[in-house]
Design a protein around this ligand. Structure first.
Ligand SMILES: Cc1ncc(COP(=O)(O)O)c(C=O)c1O
Length: 482
């Protein structure tokens, strides 16, 4: 039996069901501390909320001395809920509505990053309207090439040749307080990329200095790969000399010191997350081809983006770790999309319905990207503390989470009933019960197994879908609390 942080997997699924994500607290803290150790206290570290925004993880990041890189107002709110101070939050994405800017300016975030000339105009307009100064950072595409890495096709940032104009535009507004620059390198596999970026930025900053413009901060973003499939983890310790390298560049170009920031995301949490699924069926597709279908999918559990990138997840037979792997199988997800294949061509022992599978390295960009395709609930999330205690840190979706936004506006439930259920969303299925169930089939025989409803379910008068859902959910809650 696979053990996660000392806890046997069957114990976890007995309590929380499947599919379920398990995060290991000590692994997350270990990664946060590695970054701290390498960069020390003089370089700012901001955890990229987008890769896993669970409040418990944000709390851990705060305890370990990280600030937050937020990409939406939702993430800013999560930061506040996790007890970060507004000045510990930066706001960086490609587009912010006026409302977004209003919110960020009013709470007083550390900075807002402008991704385009249009955004600078937008920030200037909002700041003027609010009569509020907005600390603004300009995101740059430095157009660097090193080895087979280059940023030329990147969608984020203003190309470096336009930056002087962008800075002038920002400084023209009395309410835009220009702070510095931001760079996001996408997928950075080697420290030399950050060094190449640093060389380009130091020249840009020098030019600003010569034009009498003080640059107070530079963020070099995230993008450090985590170990997943055949992908190697970024050697964080190889960045140990980076602070010194940066200082030497500043001295060489006679540039004033500024705050340097990194924004790691997946490298902190990716390997700290394991997804547990159950086999629901198996199929023999010809002589040599075997398929095993799991109760997770590339939509609701481990979204497609990484699978499409060619990343091959490692999947373990969680309850048969010592069994010989005798079959090559494809592990398919449980949605109706034929491309919903979690892993192709993986060696497994003989698997049967009910067996447990562990999909490794799903701590980043999995739970946050999972959707409700096929109107399937997204999984619960459990954190294992260093002492082996299990804690539910996100419950499984409820049907009301999925239908609510539609029922809110379509008003399919009567007002009294809505009140009665205290806004628990319902669809009145009485009509369906009356209209189709309990009827006799064309041949005059009762449908199904003879109890008259054709579905093997006793007709329940006055039963609403809400109560059916509530039953199912209270059952689940009961299981969880047990
Ligand atoms: C601005 C910014 N910072 C940090 C990150 C984190 O990147 P990663 O998870 O690859 O470290 C991202 C990811 O998209 C980003 O857009």
């Amino acid at each position: 039996m696979l053990q996660i942080a000392g806890v046997p997997v069957d114990r976890i699924v007995h309590k929380y069901g499947t599919p379920v994500y398990i995060y290991v607290e000590s692994d997350i803290r270990h990664q946060l501390r590695r970054f701290k150790k390498v960069f020390g206290n003089q370089i700012g570290l901001q955890y990229a909320v987008k890769c896993n925004s669970n409040l418990e993880i944000l709390r851990i990041a705060r305890e370990e001395g990280f600030e937050l890189d937020c990409s939406s107002v939702g993430e800013l709110i999560l930061g506040l809920l996790a007890d970060f101070k507004p000045r510990q939050l930066t706001f960086t994405n490609l587009f912010k509505t006026q409302q977004d800017l209003h919110f960020a300016a009013q709470i007083g975030v550390q900075s807002i990053t402008a991704d385009s000339i249009e955004e600078i105009e937008h920030i200037a307009k909002t700041a003027k309207k609010l009569k509020k100064h907005i600390d603004t950072v300009i995101r740059v595409n430095p157009m660097i090439t090193t080895g087979n890495y280059n940023t030329r096709g990147n969608k984020y940032g203003i190309p470096i040749s336009y930056i002087d104009r962008a800075v002038d535009l920002a400084r023209k507004s009395p309410y835009v307080d220009f702070q510095g620059f931001h760079f996001m390198g996408g997928y950075v596999k080697h420290p030399r990329v950050f060094k190449a970026a640093a060389r380009t930025f130091v020249k840009l900053i020098k030019r600003c200095q010569e034009r009498g413009i003080r640059v107070k901060s530079l963020s070099l973003g995230g993008g450090f790969p985590a170990a997943i499939g055949d992908e190697e983890a970024f050697p964080i310790e190889a960045m140990k000399d980076f602070p010194k390298y940066w200082d030497q560049l500043l001295q060489k170009h006679n540039v004033q010191p500024m705050r340097l920031i990194f924004e790691p995301g997946k490298s902190i949490v990716m390997s700290a997350g394991i997804g547990i699924m159950r086999v629901i069926s198996r199929k023999r597709l010809g002589k040599s081809s075997r398929m095993v279908i799991a109760d997770g999918s590339t939509y609701n559990f481990v979204p497609d983006a990484l699978v499409q990138e060619g990343i091959k997840y490692d999947v373990l037979p969680a309850a048969q770790m010592n069994s010989r792997r005798i079959h090559t199988v494809t592990i398919a997800g449980n949605t109706c999309d034929c491309w919903d294949l979690l892993v192709k061509g993986i060696e497994m022992p003989k698997l049967r319905a009910g067996d447990l599978l562990a999909i490794m390295d799903v701590g980043a960009y999995a739970q946050v990207m999972a959707c409700n395709f096929n109107t399937i609930k997204r999984a619960s999330v459990v954190m294992i503390a260093p002492d082996g205690t299990m804690k539910l840190i996100r419950r499984r979706d409820r049907y009301s989470d999925m239908f609510g936004p539609e029922l809110d506006v379509l008003k399919m439930a009567g007002p009294n009933e809505l009140e009665q259920y205290n806004n628990l969303y319902r669809v009145n299925i009485d009509k369906i019960w009356k209209g189709t169930l309990g009827k006799r089939g064309k041949n005059g025989k009762a449908n199904g197994n003879g109890n008259g409803n054709g579905h093997g379910i006793k007709p329940i008068k006055k039963r609403t879908l809400t109560s059916v859902m509530a039953d199912a959910e209270s059952q689940l809650l009961k299981e969880v609390s047990e």
